[in-house]
Design a protein around this ligand. Structure first.
Ligand code: NCD
Length: 303
């Protein structure tokens, strides 16, 4: 039985197969409408979510399956003190596959160890968010044509942003990728990640100016400052509007650059950018459904 905890759990060949399947789903949706008839997905979300939970629910429903679950810890037995390991033992009796989001790093891993069904990490604290990374990789592959041979700027909260952490890990395995990490001093990429880049001799630069970065980028991955992971509110207030991507900054970028964002957006991308053809973040959300459909089929061994 396979789970998904980390974007590196799949080899690049397995990811290619997953993305090919997602591409077939995109173009032949009707073919998959009954692929999960009789199957149940449990969404166990101990932390807020719109896209991740609803895209999982949409994915399972489009495959003909059904969905059960909870969307906040307060409405589950966690509020009575039940452990994640007990919860997953029980959920294993009710569902065929589980997507779990938790504010504590490693919680989905604990669930996996006690589970009789495949568990998908749908975001664990400030650690990893592998299904967002699958979404990001599929978006890049579909819109840019390949995964490799580009300069990507990741901008914003690179310290707490789990989507950035997972994406950096995943992209390290592809050829000819250069990273520009654009963040305030306090929100830099954690050392444990830059150490790996140094070891693997993958080129990266850390800078604070988004304006300076813009002309150099093939892709810009904007992120929200992660309010819920700050220890004090003053720091959050000071840093939250450090970067605002607007049309004047977009003028500095290449005509074929793409802007991605895992969403939700707060202020970091001004709404005027939405109508720029290079703004790809809503298309990215659509790819999130196709890739989760492909993932459910793969983990349930239905392909
Ligand atoms: C992200 C998350 O939950 O980490 N959202 C998402 O799943 N698309 C990004 C964020 O909350 O900033």
């Amino acid at each position: 039985m396979r789970h998904l905890m980390n974007p590196l759990d799949f080899t690049t060949q397995e990811l290619d197969r997953l993305f090919d399947l997602a591409g077939d789903i995109e173009h032949n949706m009707a073919k998959y409408a009954h692929a999960c008839d009789g199957k149940i997905l449990a969404t166990c979300f101990y932390e807020p979510s719109t896209r991740t939970r609803l895209s999982f629910e949409s994915a399972m429903t489009r495959l003909g399956g059904r969905v059960i679950g909870f969307s906040d810890a307060g409405s589950s037995s966690a509020s009575k003190g039940e452990s994640v390991s007990d919860t997953i033992r029980v959920v294993s009796c009710y569902a065929d596959i589980c997507a779990m989001r938790h504010p504590k790093e490693g919680a989905p891993m604990v669930a996996m160890e006690h589970s009789r069904i495949p568990v998908i990490n749908a975001g664990d604290g400030g650690h990893q968010h592998p299904t967002q990374t699958l979404t990001d990789l599929l978006t890049i592959r579909s819109l840019k044509g390949s995964l490799g041979g580009f300069t990507i700027g990741l901008c914003g909260d690179l310290k707490f942003g789990r989507t950035a952490h997972s994406l950096i890990h995943a992209l390290m395995r592809y050829e000819d990728i250069r990273f520009l990490f654009i963040s305030p001093e306090e929100l830099r990429v954690p050392d444990y990640i830059t150490e790996i880049l140094k070891d693997k001799k993958i080129p990266y630069e850390e800078i604070t100016s988004l304006e300076d970065a813009m002309p150099r980028l093939d892709l810009l991955y904007m992120t929200r400052v992660q309010k819920e992971r700050f220890f004090n509110e003053e720091d959050y207030i000071r840093l939250k509007d450090f970067y605002i991507l607007d049309t004047s900054k977009m003028e500095l970028a290449r005509p074929d650059m793409l802007v991605l964002h895992p969403l939700p957006r707060v202020n970091e991308i001004s709404v005027e950018v939405d109508s720029d053809p290079r703004a790809a973040y809503f298309r990215q959300a659509q790819y999130g459904v196709y890739v989760r459909m492909a993932l459910i089929l793969t983990l349930l061994e239905l392909v």
